[in-house]
Design a protein around this ligand. Structure first.
Ligand SMILES: *Cc1c(COP(=O)(O)O)cnc(C)c1O
Length: 402
Protein backbone atom coordinates (compact mmCIF):
# COMPACT_ATOMS: atom_id res chain seq x y z
CA UNK A 1 0.00 0.00 0.00
CA UNK A 2 2.63 2.50 1.09
CA UNK A 3 5.07 1.38 -1.60
CA UNK A 4 2.42 1.58 -4.31
CA UNK A 5 1.42 5.02 -3.02
CA UNK A 6 5.01 6.21 -3.21
CA UNK A 7 5.63 4.67 -6.62
CA UNK A 8 2.57 6.41 -8.04
CA UNK A 9 3.84 9.74 -6.80
CA UNK A 10 7.35 9.08 -8.08
CA UNK A 11 5.87 8.53 -11.55
CA UNK A 12 4.15 11.89 -11.26
CA UNK A 13 7.46 13.52 -10.41
CA UNK A 14 9.01 11.86 -13.46
CA UNK A 15 6.20 13.11 -15.68
CA UNK A 16 6.72 16.68 -14.44
CA UNK A 17 10.51 16.42 -14.86
CA UNK A 18 10.82 16.97 -11.13
CA UNK A 19 12.49 13.74 -10.08
CA UNK A 20 15.70 14.41 -8.15
CA UNK A 21 18.67 12.13 -8.26
CA UNK A 22 21.46 11.50 -5.78
CA UNK A 23 24.87 11.47 -7.47
CA UNK A 24 28.04 10.11 -5.89
CA UNK A 25 31.10 12.33 -6.21
CA UNK A 26 34.27 10.32 -6.63
CA UNK A 27 36.67 13.20 -5.96
CA UNK A 28 36.84 16.19 -3.58
CA UNK A 29 34.93 19.43 -4.05
CA UNK A 30 36.94 21.19 -6.78
CA UNK A 31 36.14 22.89 -10.09
CA UNK A 32 37.03 19.56 -11.72
CA UNK A 33 35.02 16.84 -10.02
CA UNK A 34 34.26 13.25 -11.00
CA UNK A 35 30.87 11.57 -10.42
CA UNK A 36 29.99 7.89 -10.45
CA UNK A 37 28.70 6.72 -13.80
CA UNK A 38 29.04 10.09 -15.50
CA UNK A 39 31.26 11.28 -18.32
CA UNK A 40 33.07 7.94 -18.39
CA UNK A 41 34.40 8.50 -14.89
CA UNK A 42 36.25 11.62 -16.07
CA UNK A 43 36.06 14.83 -14.08
CA UNK A 44 33.34 17.30 -14.98
CA UNK A 45 33.94 21.03 -14.95
CA UNK A 46 31.54 21.90 -12.15
CA UNK A 47 29.72 25.17 -11.49
CA UNK A 48 27.51 23.89 -8.73
CA UNK A 49 29.12 24.09 -5.30
CA UNK A 50 28.79 26.80 -2.67
CA UNK A 51 32.52 26.58 -2.03
CA UNK A 52 32.88 30.18 -3.17
CA UNK A 53 36.44 30.71 -1.99
CA UNK A 54 37.78 27.28 -2.89
CA UNK A 55 38.44 26.37 0.75
CA UNK A 56 36.62 23.01 0.89
CA UNK A 57 39.69 21.21 -0.43
CA UNK A 58 42.49 23.41 0.88
CA UNK A 59 45.75 21.94 2.17
CA UNK A 60 46.05 24.11 5.28
CA UNK A 61 42.47 23.34 6.32
CA UNK A 62 42.90 19.61 5.73
CA UNK A 63 45.96 19.82 7.94
CA UNK A 64 43.96 21.67 10.60
CA UNK A 65 41.31 18.94 10.46
CA UNK A 66 43.97 16.24 11.00
CA UNK A 67 45.59 18.25 13.79
CA UNK A 68 42.19 18.87 15.41
CA UNK A 69 41.46 15.14 15.37
CA UNK A 70 44.86 14.39 16.89
CA UNK A 71 44.36 16.94 19.65
CA UNK A 72 40.68 16.45 20.35
CA UNK A 73 39.64 13.11 18.89
CA UNK A 74 36.79 12.63 16.48
CA UNK A 75 33.67 13.07 18.57
CA UNK A 76 32.37 15.63 21.03
CA UNK A 77 30.58 12.83 22.87
CA UNK A 78 27.59 14.86 24.04
CA UNK A 79 25.40 17.86 23.46
CA UNK A 80 26.80 21.32 24.21
CA UNK A 81 24.99 21.64 27.54
CA UNK A 82 26.25 18.31 28.86
CA UNK A 83 29.95 18.05 28.02
CA UNK A 84 30.28 18.46 24.24
CA UNK A 85 31.16 22.16 24.25
CA UNK A 86 34.96 22.11 23.98
CA UNK A 87 37.69 24.73 23.73
CA UNK A 88 37.69 24.76 19.87
CA UNK A 89 33.94 25.50 19.86
CA UNK A 90 34.50 28.37 22.30
CA UNK A 91 37.43 29.69 20.23
CA UNK A 92 35.25 29.84 17.11
CA UNK A 93 32.53 31.67 19.03
CA UNK A 94 35.03 34.20 20.36
CA UNK A 95 36.40 34.91 16.89
CA UNK A 96 32.92 35.25 15.36
CA UNK A 97 31.91 37.58 18.20
CA UNK A 98 34.93 39.75 17.36
CA UNK A 99 33.94 39.76 13.68
CA UNK A 100 30.49 41.05 14.54
CA UNK A 101 31.46 43.49 17.30
CA UNK A 102 31.57 46.42 14.82
CA UNK A 103 28.02 45.61 13.71
CA UNK A 104 26.20 44.37 16.81
CA UNK A 105 27.04 46.06 20.14
CA UNK A 106 28.48 43.54 22.66
CA UNK A 107 27.98 40.77 20.07
CA UNK A 108 28.14 37.20 21.31
CA UNK A 109 28.14 34.12 19.06
CA UNK A 110 26.78 30.61 19.30
CA UNK A 111 28.11 27.75 17.17
CA UNK A 112 25.59 25.25 15.78
CA UNK A 113 25.82 22.04 13.74
CA UNK A 114 24.19 23.40 10.59
CA UNK A 115 22.49 26.41 9.11
CA UNK A 116 19.24 24.49 8.94
CA UNK A 117 19.36 23.90 12.69
CA UNK A 118 20.45 27.49 13.41
CA UNK A 119 17.44 28.82 11.52
CA UNK A 120 15.07 26.49 13.37
CA UNK A 121 16.68 27.67 16.62
CA UNK A 122 16.20 31.36 15.84
CA UNK A 123 12.67 31.20 14.52
CA UNK A 124 11.31 28.89 17.23
CA UNK A 125 13.15 30.29 20.28
CA UNK A 126 12.48 33.94 19.39
CA UNK A 127 9.20 33.48 17.54
CA UNK A 128 7.02 32.67 20.53
CA UNK A 129 3.28 33.30 20.90
CA UNK A 130 3.87 37.03 21.46
CA UNK A 131 5.67 37.48 18.14
CA UNK A 132 5.03 37.96 14.45
CA UNK A 133 7.61 36.76 11.91
CA UNK A 134 7.78 38.80 8.69
CA UNK A 135 9.34 36.64 5.99
CA UNK A 136 10.47 37.33 2.43
CA UNK A 137 8.74 34.78 0.19
CA UNK A 138 12.06 33.67 -1.32
CA UNK A 139 13.65 32.88 2.03
CA UNK A 140 15.59 29.62 2.30
CA UNK A 141 13.62 26.44 3.05
CA UNK A 142 15.13 26.25 6.54
CA UNK A 143 13.66 29.64 7.43
CA UNK A 144 10.31 28.60 5.98
CA UNK A 145 10.35 25.39 8.03
CA UNK A 146 11.41 27.34 11.10
CA UNK A 147 8.49 29.74 10.66
CA UNK A 148 6.15 26.74 10.37
CA UNK A 149 7.44 25.31 13.65
CA UNK A 150 7.32 28.61 15.52
CA UNK A 151 4.37 29.60 17.73
CA UNK A 152 4.55 33.09 16.24
CA UNK A 153 2.15 34.50 13.69
CA UNK A 154 3.73 34.46 10.24
CA UNK A 155 3.36 37.14 7.55
CA UNK A 156 5.01 36.71 4.18
CA UNK A 157 5.81 39.52 1.78
CA UNK A 158 6.59 39.20 -1.94
CA UNK A 159 10.31 39.10 -2.64
CA UNK A 160 11.95 42.42 -1.83
CA UNK A 161 8.61 44.27 -1.49
CA UNK A 162 9.53 46.46 1.47
CA UNK A 163 6.45 48.61 0.86
CA UNK A 164 4.29 45.56 1.60
CA UNK A 165 6.45 44.72 4.61
CA UNK A 166 6.03 48.29 5.92
CA UNK A 167 2.23 47.94 5.71
CA UNK A 168 2.34 44.59 7.49
CA UNK A 169 4.55 46.04 10.23
CA UNK A 170 2.28 49.05 10.68
CA UNK A 171 -0.79 46.81 11.00
CA UNK A 172 0.86 44.38 13.40
CA UNK A 173 -0.34 44.36 17.00
CA UNK A 174 1.85 41.68 18.60
CA UNK A 175 4.42 43.00 21.10
CA UNK A 176 7.35 41.36 19.30
CA UNK A 177 8.12 41.82 15.61
CA UNK A 178 10.86 39.87 13.83
CA UNK A 179 11.80 40.51 10.20
CA UNK A 180 13.41 37.38 8.71
CA UNK A 181 15.37 37.45 5.45
CA UNK A 182 18.14 35.85 3.46
CA UNK A 183 20.96 38.40 3.11
CA UNK A 184 21.93 36.89 -0.26
CA UNK A 185 19.08 34.90 -1.80
CA UNK A 186 20.23 31.38 -2.48
CA UNK A 187 18.63 30.76 -5.87
CA UNK A 188 18.97 34.30 -7.27
CA UNK A 189 22.16 35.69 -5.78
CA UNK A 190 20.62 39.12 -5.18
CA UNK A 191 21.48 40.96 -1.96
CA UNK A 192 18.62 42.05 0.30
CA UNK A 193 18.35 45.78 0.91
CA UNK A 194 19.54 45.40 4.49
CA UNK A 195 19.96 49.14 5.20
CA UNK A 196 16.30 49.73 4.27
CA UNK A 197 15.19 46.65 6.22
CA UNK A 198 17.06 47.90 9.30
CA UNK A 199 15.43 51.33 8.94
CA UNK A 200 12.04 49.62 8.86
CA UNK A 201 12.96 47.57 11.91
CA UNK A 202 13.93 50.73 13.77
CA UNK A 203 10.81 52.60 12.68
CA UNK A 204 8.50 49.79 13.83
CA UNK A 205 10.41 48.60 16.89
CA UNK A 206 11.17 45.30 15.15
CA UNK A 207 14.24 43.04 15.02
CA UNK A 208 16.08 41.93 11.88
CA UNK A 209 17.10 38.27 11.58
CA UNK A 210 19.35 37.78 8.57
CA UNK A 211 20.66 34.58 7.05
CA UNK A 212 24.09 35.28 5.56
CA UNK A 213 24.78 31.74 4.28
CA UNK A 214 25.95 33.10 0.92
CA UNK A 215 27.47 36.40 2.04
CA UNK A 216 29.85 35.19 4.71
CA UNK A 217 33.37 34.94 3.33
CA UNK A 218 32.32 36.55 0.04
CA UNK A 219 31.07 40.02 0.99
CA UNK A 220 32.89 42.70 2.96
CA UNK A 221 36.51 43.76 2.92
CA UNK A 222 37.44 41.05 5.44
CA UNK A 223 34.82 38.55 4.29
CA UNK A 224 32.70 39.15 7.37
CA UNK A 225 29.64 39.18 5.15
CA UNK A 226 26.64 41.33 4.38
CA UNK A 227 26.81 43.44 7.55
CA UNK A 228 30.38 44.44 6.75
CA UNK A 229 29.40 45.03 3.10
CA UNK A 230 26.71 47.52 4.18
CA UNK A 231 28.62 48.74 7.28
CA UNK A 232 25.52 48.32 9.42
CA UNK A 233 25.48 48.71 13.18
CA UNK A 234 22.55 48.03 15.46
CA UNK A 235 21.46 46.10 18.51
CA UNK A 236 18.47 44.98 16.41
CA UNK A 237 20.61 42.82 14.12
CA UNK A 238 20.60 39.04 14.57
CA UNK A 239 22.94 37.35 12.09
CA UNK A 240 23.09 33.68 11.13
CA UNK A 241 26.02 32.53 9.00
CA UNK A 242 26.96 29.09 7.69
CA UNK A 243 30.39 27.50 7.71
CA UNK A 244 29.90 24.81 5.04
CA UNK A 245 29.75 27.20 2.08
CA UNK A 246 32.47 29.83 1.56
CA UNK A 247 34.15 28.71 4.80
CA UNK A 248 34.56 25.26 3.27
CA UNK A 249 33.91 23.23 6.43
CA UNK A 250 30.53 22.63 8.11
CA UNK A 251 28.27 24.15 10.72
CA UNK A 252 26.78 27.56 11.38
CA UNK A 253 26.59 30.31 13.97
CA UNK A 254 24.32 32.98 15.31
CA UNK A 255 25.79 36.36 16.28
CA UNK A 256 23.57 38.66 18.33
CA UNK A 257 23.07 40.58 21.54
CA UNK A 258 24.25 38.44 24.50
CA UNK A 259 20.71 38.15 25.90
CA UNK A 260 19.51 36.63 22.61
CA UNK A 261 22.35 34.10 22.59
CA UNK A 262 21.62 33.23 26.22
CA UNK A 263 17.96 32.67 25.32
CA UNK A 264 18.89 30.34 22.43
CA UNK A 265 21.03 28.30 24.83
CA UNK A 266 18.03 27.97 27.16
CA UNK A 267 15.27 27.38 24.63
CA UNK A 268 16.44 26.39 21.14
CA UNK A 269 15.69 22.69 20.83
CA UNK A 270 17.82 22.27 17.68
CA UNK A 271 20.75 23.53 19.76
CA UNK A 272 19.99 21.69 22.99
CA UNK A 273 19.00 18.25 21.74
CA UNK A 274 21.82 17.45 19.36
CA UNK A 275 25.42 16.32 19.74
CA UNK A 276 27.94 19.13 19.47
CA UNK A 277 29.89 19.13 16.21
CA UNK A 278 33.20 17.24 16.33
CA UNK A 279 35.86 19.41 18.00
CA UNK A 280 38.17 18.72 15.04
CA UNK A 281 35.58 20.40 12.82
CA UNK A 282 35.48 23.44 15.10
CA UNK A 283 39.29 23.50 15.07
CA UNK A 284 39.16 23.51 11.25
CA UNK A 285 36.56 26.27 11.18
CA UNK A 286 38.91 28.42 13.24
CA UNK A 287 41.64 27.89 10.63
CA UNK A 288 39.18 28.69 7.84
CA UNK A 289 38.00 31.93 9.44
CA UNK A 290 41.62 33.02 9.78
CA UNK A 291 42.21 32.37 6.06
CA UNK A 292 39.02 34.26 5.16
CA UNK A 293 40.14 37.48 6.83
CA UNK A 294 43.79 37.15 5.77
CA UNK A 295 45.38 38.67 2.64
CA UNK A 296 44.92 35.22 1.05
CA UNK A 297 41.19 35.44 1.71
CA UNK A 298 41.09 38.91 0.22
CA UNK A 299 42.98 37.72 -2.88
CA UNK A 300 40.46 34.90 -3.27
CA UNK A 301 37.55 37.36 -3.05
CA UNK A 302 39.18 39.58 -5.66
CA UNK A 303 39.65 36.59 -7.98
CA UNK A 304 36.03 35.54 -7.46
CA UNK A 305 34.75 39.05 -8.29
CA UNK A 306 36.80 39.02 -11.53
CA UNK A 307 35.24 35.70 -12.57
CA UNK A 308 31.73 36.97 -11.77
CA UNK A 309 32.35 40.00 -13.99
CA UNK A 310 33.72 37.80 -16.79
CA UNK A 311 30.73 35.42 -16.65
CA UNK A 312 28.13 38.19 -16.54
CA UNK A 313 29.68 40.06 -19.45
CA UNK A 314 29.74 36.86 -21.51
CA UNK A 315 26.20 35.84 -20.58
CA UNK A 316 24.77 39.26 -21.39
CA UNK A 317 26.25 38.97 -24.88
CA UNK A 318 24.75 35.48 -25.31
CA UNK A 319 21.32 36.54 -24.08
CA UNK A 320 21.08 39.25 -26.70
CA UNK A 321 20.33 36.33 -29.08
CA UNK A 322 17.98 34.55 -26.67
CA UNK A 323 15.65 37.17 -25.18
CA UNK A 324 13.31 34.55 -23.68
CA UNK A 325 15.91 33.79 -21.06
CA UNK A 326 17.12 36.15 -18.38
CA UNK A 327 20.17 36.57 -16.22
CA UNK A 328 19.22 37.50 -12.66
CA UNK A 329 20.58 40.74 -11.20
CA UNK A 330 23.29 39.29 -9.03
CA UNK A 331 26.63 40.70 -7.89
CA UNK A 332 27.48 37.54 -5.98
CA UNK A 333 28.86 34.09 -6.78
CA UNK A 334 25.34 32.78 -7.51
CA UNK A 335 24.40 33.55 -11.12
CA UNK A 336 20.93 32.38 -12.19
CA UNK A 337 20.21 31.82 -15.87
CA UNK A 338 16.40 31.69 -15.82
CA UNK A 339 14.89 29.76 -18.72
CA UNK A 340 11.32 29.22 -17.45
CA UNK A 341 10.11 25.65 -17.91
CA UNK A 342 11.53 22.55 -16.27
CA UNK A 343 12.24 20.66 -19.48
CA UNK A 344 14.30 23.47 -20.99
CA UNK A 345 16.36 23.79 -17.84
CA UNK A 346 16.94 20.03 -17.74
CA UNK A 347 17.76 19.85 -21.44
CA UNK A 348 20.27 22.69 -21.17
CA UNK A 349 21.88 21.09 -18.14
CA UNK A 350 22.05 17.71 -19.96
CA UNK A 351 23.58 19.28 -23.09
CA UNK A 352 26.29 20.89 -20.99
CA UNK A 353 26.89 17.60 -19.19
CA UNK A 354 27.56 15.89 -22.53
CA UNK A 355 30.35 18.41 -23.00
CA UNK A 356 31.78 17.66 -19.60
CA UNK A 357 30.29 20.63 -17.77
CA UNK A 358 28.06 20.32 -14.75
CA UNK A 359 25.62 23.15 -14.03
CA UNK A 360 22.57 22.02 -12.04
CA UNK A 361 19.03 22.76 -13.20
CA UNK A 362 16.91 24.18 -10.36
CA UNK A 363 13.21 23.47 -10.54
CA UNK A 364 10.14 23.97 -8.36
CA UNK A 365 9.66 23.66 -5.44
CA UNK A 366 13.22 24.92 -4.92
CA UNK A 367 12.38 27.92 -7.14
CA UNK A 368 8.94 29.44 -7.99
CA UNK A 369 6.82 27.84 -10.76
CA UNK A 370 7.85 28.96 -14.24
CA UNK A 371 11.32 30.12 -13.18
CA UNK A 372 13.34 26.94 -13.70
CA UNK A 373 16.96 27.85 -14.17
CA UNK A 374 20.56 26.94 -14.38
CA UNK A 375 22.11 27.95 -11.09
CA UNK A 376 25.68 28.75 -12.01
CA UNK A 377 27.96 29.18 -9.02
CA UNK A 378 31.51 30.40 -9.22
CA UNK A 379 34.47 29.77 -6.97
CA UNK A 380 37.79 31.50 -6.55
CA UNK A 381 39.21 28.10 -7.51
CA UNK A 382 37.83 28.43 -11.07
CA UNK A 383 40.12 29.86 -13.76
CA UNK A 384 39.13 32.44 -16.40
CA UNK A 385 39.73 29.72 -19.02
CA UNK A 386 37.16 27.48 -17.31
CA UNK A 387 34.59 30.28 -17.28
CA UNK A 388 35.31 30.84 -20.96
CA UNK A 389 34.72 27.13 -21.62
CA UNK A 390 31.32 27.38 -19.93
CA UNK A 391 30.39 30.42 -22.03
CA UNK A 392 31.36 28.67 -25.26
CA UNK A 393 29.40 25.54 -24.33
CA UNK A 394 26.35 27.64 -23.43
CA UNK A 395 26.56 29.51 -26.72
CA UNK A 396 26.57 26.18 -28.54
CA UNK A 397 23.74 24.72 -26.45
CA UNK A 398 21.59 27.81 -27.01
CA UNK A 399 22.07 27.54 -30.74
CA UNK A 400 20.53 24.06 -30.76
CA UNK A 401 16.83 23.69 -31.50
CA UNK A 402 14.60 22.88 -28.53
C1 LIG B 1 22.59 26.37 2.80
C2 LIG B 1 21.70 27.32 3.46
C3 LIG B 1 21.23 27.12 4.75
C4 LIG B 1 21.49 25.84 5.48
O1 LIG B 1 22.78 25.77 5.94
P1 LIG B 1 23.42 24.34 6.20
O2 LIG B 1 24.60 24.63 7.06
O3 LIG B 1 23.77 23.79 4.87
O4 LIG B 1 22.38 23.53 6.91
C5 LIG B 1 20.48 28.10 5.35
N1 LIG B 1 20.17 29.24 4.69
C6 LIG B 1 20.57 29.46 3.43
C7 LIG B 1 20.20 30.73 2.76
C8 LIG B 1 21.35 28.51 2.77
O5 LIG B 1 21.71 28.71 1.52
Amino acid sequence: MLIAHINRQLLELDAAALRRRLRVAESPCDPLQAFEGEHGGQALLAFCSNDYLGLAHHGALAQAMAEGARLWGTGSGASHLVSGHMRPHAQVEDLIARWFAPHIPHARALLMCSGYMANLALTTALGDGSATLFCDKLNHASLIDGARLADAEVKRYAHGRLDVLAQQLAACTTPLKLIVTDAVFSMDGDIADLPALLKLAEAHDAWLILDDAHGLGVLGEHGHGALEHFKLHSERLICMGTLGKAAGVSGAFVAAHPAIIEWLIQKARSFIYTTAMPPAVAHTILASLKVIESPEGRARRTRLMGLIEQLRTGLRALLAAQPAWTLGESATAIQPLIVGDNETALRLSATLRQQGIYVPAMRPPTVPQGTARLRITLSAAHTPAQVQRLLLALAQAMGEPA
